[in-house]
Design a protein around this ligand. Structure first.
Ligand code: NAD
Ligand code: TYD
Length: 350
């Protein structure tokens, strides 16, 4: 049986990765290491928490001694590293937290892999990163794997730094690494501070819909399930030392996306068509707001055969329906009680 460490598995993307791996690979034991920060929610994994090939470990990737101890105890064969501080607006308020978790935390995992793996045969250290490391695009062009790094927010700078550290461990110590850089994800279980779930939540509660600046910034949106399929493919078939870009070829101006969400949510709530558009409020722009992200994922498609499968209209409808039908999940986030789920379900088990 293979022992796989997934970090950040209680977060948005991580919980989808954990669920897929626990369900698909009964010959793997999945260890989900997560600190359960504000963004970590074990309610995301209720459906698989009692599976025999799943173990949750509460802990901090910035604690080197703890990381070394779990590597020794559980003898991981591979790492899929998603734990991070992930929200650009928070990084503008508190850059140090991002450097600590995203840079130092990644270094601790690299150091433990390098020192505790006696040889690197059949080992893999897979680092999950973002397209934001490439900076911002003008109206034309796409990010490829060869685009120069040019991070412009504390979040993207910390992720760029972690990518560089991962690559340095490959070149310096031959640690078997893989990196992927993905565009904006959407779907169930995303924390409602990110654009899409925030807008759905506010529409439902008739609250203002904050659109930064003029709403002209562009993001390339990808269904989280398509990202997770790419992670599965890259983990199993990616070439060691390589980087893969993952994107949806699905660019939307923020204002157009927010209007679309208004229309889909109005229809789902049987409200008058277009009524929620009145809630749109243009607010002060984000500092250093990157204009446009767009990914060229030809390498992943041509060499490993990945393809995004979710149609955007359908993905948005499913996402809206999910948030409207998961009132308890959302209310636990809003009142903070989701953080008590670990104590009620896990700490008493010892
Ligand atoms: P998220 O914020 O939803 O989840 C992050 C998880 O990491 C949480 O469960 C949190 O508790 C955990 N964590 C934070 N600090 C920790 C620490 N010190 N020790 C252990 N666990 C800790 O993030 P997400 O949106 O799921 O993103 C996951 C990864 O994917 C990140 O590395 C992010 O940079 C990357 N990514 C995200 C997107 C996106 O659109 N969300 C796109 C591309 C790449
Ligand atoms: P976000 O979901 O924070 O992802 P990222 O900044 O990593 O791309 O934001 C997506 C886009 O939406 C980005 O251009 C900022 C914008 N935005 C708003 O206009 N209003 C909001 O309330 C938020 C959270 C984001």
């Amino acid at each position: 049986m293979k022992s796989i460490l997934i970090t950040g598995g209680a977060g948005f993307i991580g919980s989808h990765v954990v669920r897929l791996f626990v369900n698909l690979y009964s010959d793997y034991h999945i260890y989900n290491l997560d600190l359960l920060t504000y963004a970590g929610n074990l309610e995301n994994l209720k459906d698989i928490e009692s599976f025999p090939n799943y173990t949750f470990l509460k802990g901090d990737i910035t604690d080197a001694a703890f990381i070394d101890a779990i590597f020794k105890k559980y003898q991981f064969d591979a790492v899929i590293h998603l734990a991070a501080e992930s929200h650009v607006d928070r990084s503008i308020m508190d850059p140090a937290a991002f450097v600590k978790t995203n840079v130092l935390g990644t270094l601790n995992l690299l150091n433990a892999s390098r020192s505790i793996w006696s040889n690197f045969e059949n080992k893999r250290f897979y680092h999950i990163s973002t397209d934001e490391v490439y900076g911002t695009l003008g109206e034309e062009g796409y990010f490829t794997e060869n685009t120069n790094y040019d991070p412009r927010s504390p979040y993207s700078a910390s992720k760029a730094s972690s990518d560089h550290l991962v690559r340095s461990f490959y070149h310096t110590y031959q640690l078997p690494v893989l990196i992927s850089n993905c565009s904006n994800n959407y779907g169930p279980y995303q924390f409602p501070e990110k654009l899409i779930p925030l807008i759905i939540h506010n529409i439902k509660h008739n609250k203002p819909l904050p659109v930064y600046g003029k709403g002209e910034n562009i993001r390339d949106w990808l269904w989280v399930g398509d990202h997770v399929n790419a992670i599965d493919i890259i983990f199993h078939r990616g070439i060691i030392g390589e980087t893969y870009n993952i994107g949806g070829s699905n660019e939307w101006k923020n204002i157009d996306l927010v209007e679309k969400l208004c229309d889909i949510t109005d229809a789902a709530l049987q409200r008058k068509a277009g009524s929620s558009r009145n809630l749109i409020h243009f607010v002060k722009d984000r500092a250093g707001h990157d204009l446009r992200y767009a990914i060229d994922s030809a390498k992943l498609q041509n060499t490993l055969g990945w393809k995004a499968s979710m149609n955007f209209e359908e993905g948005l409808k499913q996402t809206v329906a999910w948030y409207l039908n998961h009132e308890t999940w959302l209310s636990h986030i809003m009142d903070g009680s989701y953080t008590a789920y670990y104590d009620s379900q896990y700490s008493k088990r010892g």
